[in-house]
Design a protein around this ligand. Structure first.
Ligand code: ADP
Ligand code: ASP
Ligand code: MG
Length: 591
């Protein structure tokens, strides 16, 4: 008999009628001959209400007690759902995270799942019951209640689906699938029939709240296909999340926004190995996730290091930065917490010219300044002033034509089931279900770097630079831009070595035009790429990379991180040594 996991989010269980309607969906699946596990969230806005209540009592409530409080929301729903199934003439049993055998680490409010002992679930299913699982919670080794982070019921659902070997995992929510961007912000957004794991992972971690990003890590890791569907209409086709993208050619599949971001630039960091890792280890030590890390080669033996964090994490981040500056005996910082991050994501952008340029140009035409830029093979992120956030999102959505389906949409084939033997082997060895998995560490010595220091911080400059470069037919690989000294920006990018001279020429004449400093370049850089699952949600990956290279005297010139890949650029002569070091550092996580 097949097992089906059905997850219902907060809006889908917001009142008694909705609970009964969800119960009917489960019963229908059961009557079709399946065993059914329901995973449910807290009703409506219950979790928000609980968070707010805690805030009225204390500015800084103990994380353990937060988890004790928040887990009650889901406990209400499971009990009511079991009653609903019962009242409709079927047997059900509700279970909390602990009763489900979900073991987590002890990082309260952001716990990671270590293991699920599925025996009790199987026993209840075999006894003919519908199992009603409380989403978003587990217990640690000492039986303390933990929660997985806001939106974490998706992760519970996919993790249970993986643990019990479910035939399908259906996520019922208040939209009828995954859209090209949040339809509440951009009404022209289009539902996509399918999206790949990597694209969904990036979109989710870059702000697409429709799925918890760690649920997609699980799905990819275990090869589980996830089906996102509407709770409120039965025949809507929804979106299938699997290894297949919607299009094999269109460069961008979706756009996302994180409204409340902040950036920090630490200036005057000694430009020597180890300085950056001192800063990052302090931040990683507080389990704060950084994004958009940019290190720009500085003047007079000093470097500027910039990164973005969630605005809510800024105060703790600055504390960590202060500690690091004190330890280094150098450095000051500037920051801005009035910014938003707008990103576009797509598997096919890596092989096409001018994708970044189109985005930068469209934003420049609206007069929107780009305060920070980072790109990786699969995404481009920019920071803009918060007042322009939604306009920027709409602009990029429009420029990539996302409201229209791609021309090759029909040609992609339906998903095959994928039991990936290699990964399952690793999983058997790994202690934690959510541990970091590294698929590959690779070295690319075909690139050169160009840096434009002292770029005026005004709209349109990045567009101008990449406009001319794209026109010359050059594919730009990595782009980073940050704000450094005296409010000026520094812009670095890599291109294939044979294009260096041409691109340096373009950069030099542009710099003369806007009165910037003379561009610098490195004719031979080594780009190391670490790809896998959980690259960014494991907050220590960047820090471990910096540390292991620093300990061996290798300085990082550029870095970009994404959920599925981290790229670092080092001096060309250190490429092979750096590869060896990273292979050693991440040995235990290699698939
Ligand atoms: P649930 O309570 O069911 O987990 P969420 O509120 O967490 O629901 O997620 C659904 C919401 O996510 C939608 O109402 C929508 O506004 C928002 N959203 C953000 N980005 C996207 C996207 N790309 N596609 C669909 N919905 C999105
Ligand atoms: N109730 C939790 C939240 O609101 C978990 C979830 O709904 O996924 O964040
Ligand atoms: Mg959700």
């Amino acid at each position: 008999m097949s097992i089906i996991v059905q997850k219902f989010g907060g809006t889908s269980v917001a009142d008694s009628q909705k609970i009964l309607s969800a119960a009917r969906k489960a019963i229908r699946a059961k009557n079709e001959g399946n065993q059914v596990v329901m995973v449910v969230s807290a009703m409506g806005k219950t979790t928000d209400v609980l968070v707010d209540l805690a805030g009225q009592i204390s500015d800084d409530p103990p994380a353990r007690e937060m988890d004790m409080l928040l887990s009650t929301g889901e406990q209400v729903t499971v009990a009511l759902m079991a009653m609903a199934i019962n009242s409709l003439g079927h047997e059900a049993i509700s279970m909390t995270g602990g009763q489900l055998g979900i073991r987590t680490d002890s990082t309260h409010t952001k716990a990671r799942i270590h293991s699920i002992d599925s025996q009790r679930i199987h026993a209840a299913l075999d006894g003919g019951k519908v199992v009603i699982a409380a989403g978003f919670q587990g217990v640690d080794e000492s039986s303390n209640i933990t929660t997985l982070g806001r939106g974490g019921s998706d992760t519970t659902a996919v993790a249970i689906a993986a643990a019990v070997g479910a035939a399908s995992c259906e996520i019922y929510t208040d939209v009828d699938g995954v859209y090209t961007t949040d339809p509440r912000l951009v009404p022209e957004a289009r539902r996509v029939p399918r999206i790949s794991y990597d694209e969904m992972l990036e979109l989710a971690s870059l702000g697409a709240g429709v799925m918890h990003n760690r649920s997609i890590e699980f799905a990819k890791r275990f090869g589980a296909t996830v089906h996102v569907r509407s709770s409120f209409s039965d025949d809507a086709p929804g979106t299938v999340i699997s290894s297949q993208p919607e299009s094999l050619t269109r460069p961008v599949c979706g756009a996302a926004l994180i409204k409340d971001e902040a950036w920090v630039t630490v200036q005057g960091v000694p430009d020597r190995p180890g300085a950056a890792s001192t800063i990052f280890s302090k931040i990683a030590g507080k389990k704060i996730g950084m994004d958009m890390i940019v290190q720009n080669v500085g003047a007079e033996g000093q470097a500027d290091i910039s990164f973005s964090v969630f605005r809510a994490d800024l105060a703790r981040t600055l504390k960590a930065v202060e500690e690091a500056c004190e330890e280094l005996g150098a450095g000051t910082y500037t920051c801005d917490d009035n910014v938003s991050k707008v990103s576009v994501v797509g598997l096919n952008m890596a092989t096409q010219t001018g994708v970044a340029e189109r985005m930068f140009r469209a934003l420049a035409e609206k007069g929107i300044n780009l305060q920070m830029i980072t790109t990786s093979e699969i995404k481009i992120s920019v920071l803009v002033a918060r007042e322009y956030a939604v306009e920027a999102l709409r602009t990029v959505h429009e420029v990539f034509g996302l409201s229209q389906p791609p021309e090759d949409a029909e040609e992609t084939q339906p998903e095959e089931p994928l039991a990936d033997k290699g990964r399952n082997g690793v999983l058997a060895r790994l202690h934690g279900m959510e541990d970091l998995i590294i698929d590959e560490i690779s070295l690319d010595v075909s690139q050169a770097r160009v840096t434009l220091p002292g770029v005026p911080d005004t709209p349109g400059l990045a567009a101008q630079v990449f406009d001319e470069i794209a026109e010359s037919g050059t594919i730009v690989d990595m782009i980073v831009q940050s704000i450094g000294r005296q409010g000026q920006a520094a812009l670095s990018f890599t291109v294939a070595k044979e294009h260096l001279e041409k691109c340096l020429g373009i950069a030099t004449s542009l710099a003369e035009g806007f009165g910037g400093q003379k561009p610098t370049s490195s004719p031979e850089v080594a780009k190391l790429s670490v790809s896998g699952i959980g690259m960014r949600s494991h907050t220590s990956v960047a820090q471990r990379t910096f540390q292991s290279l620093a300990d061996n005297g290798i300085n990082i010139e550029m870095i970009s991180t994404s959920e599925v890949r981290m790229n670092v650029v080092v001096d060309g002569q250190h490429g092979h040594k750096a590869l060896e070091l990273l292979q050693k550092e991440f040995k235990e996580a290699m698939a």
